[in-house]
Design a protein around this ligand. Structure first.
Ligand code: ADP
Ligand code: MG
Length: 381
C-alpha cells in the first residue's frame, strides 16, 4: 500500500511527500458503558489509513483517494465543504483544527486504506486521525493528542452527520502495539494494559447484517439507564452516572422501576466490573478469564440489554460449542461483528465451521477479519 500511494503521489504532485498513518480499532470489552460514564477498553488494529502529504504553498487542499480513484480540491473556509463524503472527513479535520486556533497550510495528498468500511472497525476514525495527526505534525499548532481525537469526533458531528462518542478517535490517536487502553468515559482518564495473547488469535466474524431498529432501541436503552440512575440517586445523591452505582443500590430500587429498566441497569453495572476484571486478568496474562468475561458480556447484551440478534447469538453459541476462549458481539448491537479470542490450534476449524454453518443457516457468507493490536496515529519512516 505504501508503494502504491507513493507512486501515485509522485505522478500527481512530485517528490517530497511524507507518509502518515492511523488505524481502525476494536473494543475488547466495555459495551454501552460510555454514555453511562463507565469504561471502554479499545485498541488500535493493524489495518488503517496511510496518507502521503506535502504542503503546496496555496490555501487549498488537493486530495486523491486511491480507493475511490477520485481527486477533490477544496478551500479551507466553512463554505468550501466538498460534496464527496470521503473528502468531508479531511475538510472537517482542517476546519476543526482552525476552529482551535490552529494554522492549516494548504497541502496535496494521496491516501488509501484497508479498514473494511462500515464493519464496526471505524474506518472513519482512522481517516480523521491520520489527517489530524499529520496536520499537527506539519503545522506545529501545539494541539495535544487528546484534542486531535476531539477534532476527529467533532468532524463527525459537524461535517459528517454522525453523533459519535470519543472512543473510536481516542483509540486511533492513542493506540499502541501490544496494548489496550482503558478509558474512563466520565473523567477521560486512561491507562494502558498489556495485550499480547501468545498462542491466541483475535478474529472478528462479520455477520454482514444490520437490523433497522438500532437507533430507536438505542435511545430506549439510554432512557432506561437514566431512569434507573435517577431512582438510585434519591437514596445516594452523590452518584452522577449508572456506572457509579453498585448492585446493592440497584436492588434497593427494584420495585420502583420497570423490570426492563432493572435488567438494563443490571447489565451496565456488571459490565463496568467486567472491564476491571479483564484488566486485572491481563496484568496476570490470564487470557482464559478474559475470554470468560467476553462470554458474560455477550450473555448480558443478549439477555439483559437485549441488543443482540439471531445471527450474532448463533455465532456466539458456535464459539462456545467449539471451546473458543472468548466471544461476544462487538459494538452497539443488532448486527455487525462478534469479536473472538481463539487458540491458534482451534483457529482454522473455528472459522471454517463459522463460514459453513452461518451460510447454511442464513443464506450468506460472513466475513472474517484477523486483527492484531497495533500502533495508532504516527508519522511513517
Ligand atoms: P466505519 O464504521 O467504518 O467508520 P463509517 O460509515 O463511519 O464506517 O465511515 C466510512 C466512510 O469513511 C466511507 O464511506 C468513506 O467516506 C470514509 N472512508 C473510510 N475509509 C476510506 C478510504 N480508505 N478511502 C476513502 N474514504 C474512506
Ligand atoms: Mg465511523
Amino acid at each position: 500500500m505504501r508503494t502504491r500511494i507513493h507512486e501515485k503521489f509522485k505522478d500527481l504532485f512530485g517528490e517530497g511527500g511524507v507518509q502518515y498513518a492511523s488505524a481502525g480499532r476494536v473494543n475488547l470489552i466495555g459495551e454501552h458503558t460510555d454514555y453511562n460514564g463507565g469504561y471502554v477498553f479499545p485498541g488500535a488494529i493493524d489495518c488503517g489509513i496511510i496518507a502521503e502529504i506535502k504542503v503546496n504553498g496555496t490555501d487549498r487542499v488537493r486530495a486523491f483517494s486511491l480507493d475511490y480513484n477520485e481527486e477533490v480540491t477544496f478551500g479551507l473556509n466553512e463554505e468550501d465543504k466538498p460534496s464527496q463524503a470521503w473528502a468531508c472527513y479531511i475538510f472537517g479535520v482542517c476546519r476543526e483544527t482552525m476552529k482551535r486556533g490552529g494554522k492549516v497550510a494548504g497541502f496535496d495528498t494521496v491516501f488509501a486504506g484497508d479498514v473494511p468500511l462500515g464493519a464496526g472497525l471505524s474506518s472513519s476514525a482512522a481517516l480523521e486521525s491520520t489527517f489530524a495527526f499529520a496536520i499537527e505534525d506539519i503545522n506545529k499548532n501545539g494541539i495535544d493528542r487528546f484534542e486531535l481525537a476531539k477534532i476527529g469526533q467533532m468532524t463527525e458531528h459537524h461535517y459528517c452527520g454522525v453523533n459519535c462518542g470519543i472512543m473510536d478517535q481516542f483509540a486511533s490517536c492513542f493506540g499502541k502495539q501490544g496494548s489496550l487502553i482503558r478509558l474512563n468515559c466520565k473523567t477521560m482518564e486512561y491507562k494502558y494494559f498489556p495485550f499480547n495473547p501468545q498462542g491466541y488469535k483475535l478474529v472478528l466474524i462479520d455477520s454482514c447484517v444490520k437490523h433497522e431498529l438500532a437507533s430507536s432501541a438505542y435511545n430506549k436503552r439510554r432512557q432506561s439507564c437514566e431512569n434507573a440512575a435517577a431512582h438510585i440517586r434519591k437514596n445516594h445523591p452523590e452518584i452522577e452516572f449508572l456506572s457509579d452505582c453498585n448492585r446493592l443500590w440497584l436492588d434497593e430500587v427494584r420495585s420502583e422501576i420497570p423490570e426492563e429498566d432493572f435488567l438494563r441497569a443490571e447489565y451496565v453495572i456488571g459490565e463496568v466490573q467486567r472491564v476491571l476484571d479483564v484488566c486485572d486478568a491481563l496484568e496476570r496474562g490470564d487470557y482464559e478469564t478474559v475470554g470468560e468475561m467476553m462470554y458474560q458480556t455477550h450473555f448480558g447484551l443478549s439477555k439483559l440489554y437485549e441488543v443482540s440478534c439471531e445471527e450474532l447469538d448463533f455465532l456466539n453459541k458456535l464459539a462456545r460449542k467449539m471451546d473458543v476462549t472468548g466471544s461476544r458481539v462487538m459494538g452497539g448491537g443488532f448486527g455487525g461483528c462478534t469479536i473472538n479470542l481463539v487458540k491458534d490450534e482451534l483457529y482454522q476449524s473455528f472459522i471454517d465451521a463459522a463460514r459453513e454453518q452461518f451460510a447454511a443457516r442464513f443464506g450468506h457468507d460472513p466475513k472474517i477479519y484477523d486483527v492484531v493490536i497495533s500502533d495508532g496515529a504516527r508519522r511513517l519512516k
